[in-house]
Design a protein around this ligand. Structure first.
Ligand SMILES: [Zn+2]
Length: 345
């Protein structure tokens, strides 16, 4: 009991210290600058809204590169209102829509890339699953999949029907808040099973779902990842840092140490070869990591890593578990309010 009380007191004190210190900053996570039909993970910010976000950052904040922030953190002198922009995954729109706007406002950014998707003729698996499941059409009432020796069975019942109206309603609905029994919940439920699989097995299952759903096998141009030449062009100049985000975007803590090491190390090697520059920043896919993952990242020669924990950066932040806040498709006013809220939290 005593230990619990001490921990609680420590948490309250830490929160208070964070609130009072002016030496704090924050890291923003973006994924895509694009407008799409459905966005079940809130990954897209429209070009107009991204432009507005950058305008706000330039006007009222102190935009830094991730490496500048890490250096300042190490020297215990984080400048006031420091904000870092990061992107995860490696969508093609990062080059076509995000980079020109970053250049317009002279704001640096780090792009974390999953190298196995570069130049591939397949969508990121969560997008492919969305294309198969969340299209407005009738699906068979039962789905049965055998994964790793386990049988998974879904009865879709009412979710077998999915109209254009349902689709519109779910357009910006957050998947993790989906109502049980809905098509969106069905999508989320398969997503959870696929998340911990390795690429080959996941691909096999996606092919089975494709056949079951009688869906379009062609990847969408709107959802493609960067080509090697686009990645090189994105990396050009002083504003952009390229960071690693594994090869196949696995749920790292569910994998063996050897596989984790291969994924982390290989993505660094691949990127350094592609862009001809050292790669020293990493971000954990899904923010997921174990104590071993952190050790591997340290031993692979990275000097910082980003997580998806939602918090500010302050003098006691861990360089290998830097928290970030998710930027959503907010307009200027909403973004301004959100930043104030985060800085005062
Ligand atoms: Zn990711």
């Amino acid at each position: 009991m005593k230990i619990l009380r001490t921990n609680k007191l420590q948490r309250v004190l830490t929160r208070l210290q964070k609130k009072l210190t002016s030496s704090k900053g924050l890291i923003l996570t973006y994924h895509r600058v694009a407008q799409v039909k459905r966005d079940p993970w809130c990954l897209c910010v429209t070009p107009q809204h991204f432009n507005e976000h950058l305008e706000v950052l330039q006007k009222y904040y102190n935009p830094l590169s991730l490496q500048q922030l890490v250096k300042a953190l190490g020297e215990n002198r984080i400048p006031e209102r420091a904000v870092v922009v990061t992107f995860d995954d490696g969508y093609a729109d990062n080059f076509y829509h995000a980079k020109p706007l970053l250049e317009k406002y002279n704001i640096p950014a780090t792009f974390f890339i999953s190298t196995g998707y570069i130049g591939q003729n397949r969508e990121f698996w969560w997008d492919e699953l969305e294309r198969l499941i969340l299209q407005p059409k009738k699906l068979p009432e039962k789905l049965r999949l055998t994964i790793g020796g386990n049988v998974y069975q879904w009865n879709l019942d009412q979710a077998a029907n999915y109209t254009e109206e349902d689709c519109q309603r779910d357009r910006t609905c957050k998947t993790w808040k989906a109502k049980p029994g809905s098509r969106l919940f069905f999508y989320y439920s398969i997503w959870q099973v696929l998340r911990s699989l390795l690429k080959e097995e996941r691909q096999k299952i996606l092919d089975e779902i494709l056949e079951w759903a009688v869906a379009e096998p062609t990847p969408r141009a709107t959802h493609r990842s960067l080509l090697p030449e686009e990645l090189s062009a994105l990396a050009e100049g002083e504003l952009v840092e390229i960071g690693a985000h594994t090869v196949t975007h696995p749920f790292l803590s569910a994998q063996s140490i050897t596989l984790q090491r291969d994924e982390i190390k290989q993505s660094k090697i691949d990127l350094e070869q592609m862009i001809n520059r050292p790669v020293t920043s990493f971000s954990y896919p899904f923010g997921d990591r174990s104590a071993e993952t952190i050790e591997i990242v340290k031993n692979c020669g990275f000097n910082c890593t980003c997580s998806t924990d939602q918090d500010i950066i302050w003098p006691k932040s861990d360089h290998f578990q830097l928290p970030r806040f998710d930027a959503e498709n907010w307009d200027k006013k909403q973004f301004e309010n959100q930043l104030l809220k985060w800085f005062n939290s």
